[in-house]
Design a protein. Structure first.
Length: 397
């Protein structure tokens, strides 16, 4: 019995990535919430604060120390493997889909005619470079000013997005922005947070007083991770929404939505400390609505501009037969496709008409299809297809 290993491997990695990601994000959100809700512990100078909580029928008593307790407990839990396995599974997923299938998913020959090894090398350089730039900023004087650091890092990531959408396919570009942020986040855990905590433990075991700056540095990186979580999730789910990555101003759309998510995260972080700043939430929602209209307008203007004279369906039928039905037919002829994606058989005209909006998003707006532009569909041909759809997607001449 033959088994197509790749889809099953992709499923396993994606499942693992989501599960470990939930665990990592949950821990991050919980500890930031905990820090914001601890109350002063009277009569205990080493304790920064404490919190009583009830959950699942049980009562819990949490205490946070200014630096460390006088004596370490016999059992100490380390929060690290959630982060490590989230990144490992995510990177393997990136390799299985975008590196193995570089010609299909990573490279857009209309932008740069890269060889697979070149595209992969650029991808790895962005991942490593993102961490080096971020870490350098944290260690500089800028890192001591939270707001100034946030602005500069946000601008750098926006510029990175602008560059990536001109190198890779739009979908891959968005995913790489998330991968860059995620790499910085897990590197914070691996290179800063856990090592600093180990140094504190080692000092205590040696009978020495731990250095306070180690905990402060780890706290800084942990807080950064908390804020970067929502933009990462946004990029991870963006591949389901071509109106984001396929928009003519896609880099600006991602920047605006990421800023909106940062405002929402800040609202909740303040709320955990007892501060309700509804201006942040209202501003985040207003920004989301604003960019929704701006992005839609940019998309429509682009399509109207490309529409031109009426396009007969015979022209569209020829385009579909040339560029689409290798995958979208009852019996696909593409080597890596065993069934028509989404069950859409474009050899049937009625299916084409009823799915015209989806075709527009995938082949006209985002250039996601054909996969990797293997059939070398030109911009002029995409414009013809888009024009036919804008003009009403009619079967009659």
């Amino acid at each position: 019995m033959a088994v197509d290993i790749i889809p099953w491997l992709e499923l396993a990695l994606r499942w693992l990535h989501v599960v470990t990601g939930i665990a990592w994000i949950g821990a991050s959100f919980y500890f930031v919430w905990l820090d914001g809700n601890i109350r002063p512990a009277e009569g205990r100078p080493l304790v920064a604060g404490e919190l009583w909580a009830v959950h699942g029928g049980g009562f819990y008593h949490n205490q946070k120390y200014l630096v460390a307790p006088e004596q370490l407990p016999p059992h100490l839990h380390w929060f690290k493997y959630e982060a490590y396995f989230t990144w490992i599974s995510g990177f393997l997923l990136l390799a299985v889909i975008y590196y193995v299938g570089a010609n299909l998913y990573l490279i857009d020959t209309a932008k740069l005619a890269l060889a697979p090894w070149q595209a992969i090398a650029i991808s790895l350089a962005f991942l490593a470079g993102g961490w080096l730039v971020y870490d350098g900023l944290c260690r500089s004087r800028l890192g001591k000013d939270g707001m100034a650091f946030a602005i500069v890092w946000f601008v750098i990531l926006t510029a990175t997005t602008y560059a990536l959408v001109r190198i890779f396919s739009d979908r891959a570009a968005f995913l790489h922005v998330g991968a860059i942020i995620g790499t910085a986040m897990v590197a914070n855990v691996f290179f800063i947070i856990i090592p600093n905590q180990k140094k504190v433990v080692a000092a205590m075991l040696a009978g020495q007083a731990p250095q306070a700056w180690l905990g402060q540095q780890a706290k800084q990186r942990s807080l950064h991770n908390n804020y970067m979580t929502l933009p990462v999730i946004l990029t991870m789910i963006s591949n389901h929404f071509p109106m984001l990555f396929g928009n003519p101003i896609n880099w600006l759309v991602l920047a605006a939505l990421s800023l909106s998510s940062l405002m929402i995260r800040h609202f909740f972080n303040l709320r955990h400390k007892g501060v309700l700043n509804w201006d942040l939430m209202v501003g985040a929602v207003a920004l989301f609505i604003f960019i929704m209209f701006v992005a839609s307008d940019a998309q429509q203007r682009s399509e109207i501009k490309a529409a031109g004279p009426p396009v007969p369906f015979t022209t569209v039928r020829n385009l579909l037969d040339t560029h689409c039905i290798a995958c979208h037919s009852a019996r696909p002829t593409h080597a890596r496709i065993s069934a028509p994606p989404a069950g859409l058989d474009f050899t049937r005209n009625a299916v084409v008409v009823s799915n015209a909006a989806r075709i527009r998003m995938q082949a006209v707006a985002s250039h996601t299809m054909p996969l990797g532009n293997e059939t070398h569909m030109t911009d002029a041909q995409r414009a013809q297809l888009g024009a036919w759809i804008v003009q009403g997607a009619k079967l009659s001449p």
